[in-house]
Ligand binder design. Structure first.
Ligand SMILES: Nc1ncnc2c1ncn2[C@@H]1O[C@H](COP(=O)(O)OP(=O)(O)OP(=O)(O)O)[C@@H](O)[C@H]1O
Ligand SMILES: [Mg+2]
Length: 276
C-alpha cells in the first residue's frame, strides 16, 4: 500500500472514530422508543429528486431491512442520516433530542451512529486485534501510547467484540490475509468498538459465499436489541433470513412497509421491484 493510500485511510478513520478520544456529552434520548425520525425529507441532484418526501421511523433495538430497485435512494438516505449529504428540506432526528441536520459527520458519529460501507476498509498490514485496538484509539498516531495503557476493561471489550464477530482464532492474523467475509465482520467489529446505538449497513453480503452470508445473518441478528441495525440489501434470500420489518424504497420514498410476506405480496412492490 502506498503512503497516499495510507494517509487516506488514516484521514477517514480520523473522521469516523475520533470521538473515542473525547466523548461529547450528547446522549440520545430514546424515551419514546424511536431512535430515528426522517420526516418529509427531499434532496435533488441537478434537478433529479433522489429522495422525495421520505418519511421513515425506526424503533430503538430494531433490525430493519431496506430494499428497493437500483437508484431508489437507499444509499442517499444513509448519506443524509450520517451527514454526508444535506437534504433540501425535511427533518432528521436521532432520538427525541438530536437534530442530525445541525451536526457535522464527525459529531453524528460521536452521537452514536456508525456506518459500514460496502467495501471493507480494514488496515491490511495490522492484525485483527490491532485493527480493533486502532479503532478504539481513534487515531493511528496516538495508537502506540494508547496501546501501552490499554486497561482491563478495554482488553475485555476487544475480547468481547472478537467473540461477537467470530474472529477469536484469527486475532493475530494480518487483516489482509482474511477472506472477504471475515474482513466485513472485522469492519463491523471496528464499528462496534465505538459502541454505536445505530448501525447502518449497506449491502453487507455482496460478494460473500453462502456460508459467510449465513454467518452475517447471525451476526446482524445478534446485534439487534442492544443496537439498532438498518440493513440495505438486494439479496432477497438474505433479507428473508433476517427480516422482521421491511421498508421498500422507490423513487426516493416509501412504497411499502411491513413483514417480508406483506411486502412480497404487495402488488406495487412486485411491479416495481420483485417482479423484475
Ligand atoms: N452525489 C450525487 N450526485 C448526483 N446524483 C446522485 C448522487 N448520489 C446519488 N445520486 C443519484 O440519486 C439516485 C439514488 O441513488 P442511490 O445511490 O441512493 O440509490 P440506491 O438505492 O442506493 O441504489 P443501488 O441499489 O444501486 O445502490 C440515483 O439516480 C443516483 O444516480
Ligand atoms: Mg446504494
Amino acid at each position: 500500500m502506498n503512503s497516499l493510500q495510507n494517509l487516506r485511510e488514516l484521514m477517514r478513520r480520523d473522521r469516523v472514530f475520533e470521538f473515542m478520544l473525547q466523548k461529547t456529552g450528547l446522549e440520545v434520548d430514546l424515551s419514546h422508543g424511536t431512535i430515528l425520525y426522517l420526516e418529509d425529507v427531499s434532496v435533488s441532484f441537478d434537478g433529479f429528486k433522489a429522495i422525495s418526501d421520505l418519511n421513515l421511523y425506526i424503533d430503538a433495538g430494531e433490525l430493519r431491512c431496506i430494499i428497493g430497485p437500483n437508484g431508489a435512494g437507499k444509499t442517499t438516505m444513509m448519506d443524509i442520516i450520517t451527514g454526508k449529504t444535506r437534504p433540501d428540506s425535511g427533518s432528521a432526528f436521532f432520538g427525541q433530542n438530536i437534530n442530525l441536520l445541525q451536526l457535522s459527520e464527525a459529531q453524528i458519529a460521536q452521537a452514536g451512529i456508525g456506518r459500514k460501507f460496502q467495501k471493507p476498509t480494514v488496515f491490511e498490514f495490522h492484525t485483527v486485534f490491532e485493527n480493533l485496538e486502532l479503532s478504539m484509539a481513534g487515531d493511528k498516531r496516538v495508537w502506540p501510547t494508547f496501546r501501552a495503557r490499554l486497561d482491563g476493561a478495554q482488553q475485555k471489550r476487544i475480547g468481547d467484540v472478537l467473540e461477537i464477530i467470530g474472529l477469536q482464532e484469527s486475532r493475530n492474523k494480518y487483516a489482509g490475509s482474511l477472506s472477504h467475509g471475515q474482513k466485513q465482520w472485522l469492519e463491523i467489529g471496528m464499528l462496534l468498538m465505538q459502541n454505536p446505538k445505530l448501525l447502518l449497513v449497506d449491502e453487507p453480503v455482496a460478494g460473500m459465499t453462502h456460508q459467510e452470508m449465513e454467518r452475517t445473518a447471525e451476526l446482524l441478528t445478534s446485534l439487534a436489541g442492544e443496537h439498532t441495525v438498518v440493513v440495505v440489501e438486494h439479496d432477497m434470500d438474505f433479507v428473508r433470513s433476517i427480516a422482521r420489518k421491511v421498508t421498500v424504497l422507490h423513487q426516493g420514498s416509501v412504497l411499502a412497509e411491513g413483514s417480508m410476506d406483506e411486502v412480497q405480496n404487495n402488488r406495487r412492490v412486485v411491479e416495481v421491484y420483485l417482479g423484475e
